[in-house]
Design a protein around this ligand. Structure first.
Ligand code: URA
Length: 284
C-alpha cells in the first residue's frame, strides 16, 4: 500500500469517526472519491511530498494516480482532511531552515478545526509550544484561550497557527524568544498559505505586528493597524495586539481595545453578542 494511499485512508477514517461521534449517520461522497478510494494498487509516480512546493502546482502532474490528484484538489470533506494531513506531514518533515530544524523539539503545525470559520495567526512558537508541539499553550496562549472563550467559542472551534512553524533559535541564550527573520518568514509562509487555502476561514485574526507582516507584508505599526479591517487574498483580516503584549500591558483600555476587535470579528461572523459581552472591560 503506497504511503499516500495509507495517509488518505487514515485521514478518511479519522474524519468519518469524527462525524459518527457527532451523530452523523449518512455521508454524501462524490463518485470520483469512491473511485479513488477503490484504487489502492494505483501506480505511485508522484514526487515525494517534501519535494512539492504547493498543492496546486503539484496538481498539474498528470502522471499521478487518481488517489493523489484527489488529495491535491480537495472537493469533499474527506479529500480536504486528506490534503490537510498531507500538508501537515510535509511541514513536520521540513528542514528548509537547517538552523531551526536542528534546534527545535517539534514542528508546531497548528491546532483546531480544519472547518473553522475563524482562524488566529500568531508569530512563532515559544519554548512551551516547542515542548508540547501545539501553538499558544504558554502564558500568552492561556490568555488567547480566555479571549476565544469570552466570544463563546472554544479552541476546538477555531484554528490556531503561526507564521513560523519552528521556534526561532536563540543560540547562546538559555531563555527568551526572538522575532523571526524575514528569510525565515518567507521560507515558512507557504505552509500557512496552504493551511488558509484549505481551511478557507471567513475571518482571520492576526495577532501582533509580525503576524500582519507575514500575511500582508510590511505595513504600519500594530497600534495604528489594530481595529481596522484588512484583507488577506479576499478574506477579512482583523489585526489586533498579540496576547503577550496584553500580558505586559494590563490596562483596562488595552484589554478593551482587543475586546472591541473581537466584537467586530463576532459581528462579521454573525455570532450572537450578549449585552454582558458588549460591556466587557468598560469602566464602571
Ligand atoms: N506566541 C506566538 O506568537 N505563537 C505561539 O504559538 C506562542 C506564543
Amino acid at each position: 500500500m503506497s504511503e499516500s494511499y495509507r495517509q488518505l485512508l487514515d485521514a478518511t477514517i479519522q474524519h468519518v469517526e469524527g462525524l459518527k461521534a457527532r451523530g452523523v449517520r449518512h455521508l454524501a461522497v462524490a463518485p470520483e472519491t469512491l473511485r479513488a478510494l477503490a484504487a489502492p494498487a494505483a501506480r505511485n509516480t508522484a514526487p515525494p511530498p517534501e519535494s512539492r512546493s504547493h498543492l496546486t502546482s503539484a496538481a498539474t502532474n498528470t502522471d499521478s494516480p487518481p488517489v493523489q490528484s484527489a488529495i491535491r484538489n480537495p472537493q469533499s470533506a474527506i479529500e480536504k482532511a486528506a490534503a490537510f494531513a498531507e500538508l501537515q506531514k510535509r511541514a513536520l518533515a521540513c528542514v528548509k531552515c537547517p538552523h531551526l530544524a536542528s534546534s527545535r523539539k517539534s514542528v508546531v503545525f497548528g491546532v483546531g478545526s480544519i472547518d473553522a470559520q475563524l482562524m488566529f495567526v500568531g508569530e512563532a512558537p515559544g519554548a512551551d509550544e516547542d515542548e508540547q508541539g501545539e501553538p499558544f499553550v504558554g502564558a500568552a496562549g492561556q490568555l488567547l484561550t480566555k479571549i476565544i472563550q469570552a466570544t463563546g467559542l472554544s479552541r476546538a472551534d477555531v484554528y490556531i497557527a503561526n507564521i513560523l512553524k519552528c521556534r526561532p533559535d536563540t543560540p547562546g541564550q538559555s531563555a527568551g524568544n526572538r522575532k523571526p527573520t524575514t528569510d525565515e518568514m518567507q521560507t515558512c509562509i507557504p505552509y500557512l498559505h496552504e493551511q488558509i487555502d484549505l481551511i478557507r476561514p471567513k475571518v482571520i485574526v492576526a495577532l501582533g505586528a509580525t503576524a500582519v507582516e507575514g500575511l500582508l507584508g510590511k505595513t504600519v505599526g500594530i497600534t495604528r493597524l489594530r481595529g481596522n479591517w484588512r484583507e488577506y487574498r479576499g478574506t477579512p483580516l482583523m489585526p489586533t495586539y498579540h496576547p503577550a503584549y496584553l500580558l505586559r500591558n494590563q490596562s483596562l483600555a488595552t484589554k478593551r481595545e482587543v475586546w472591541e476587535d473581537m466584537l467586530a470579528v463576532m459581528e462579521k461572523l454573525g455570532m450572537p453578542i450578549s449585552e454582558k459581552q458588549r460591556n466587557f472591560f468598560l469602566k464602571g
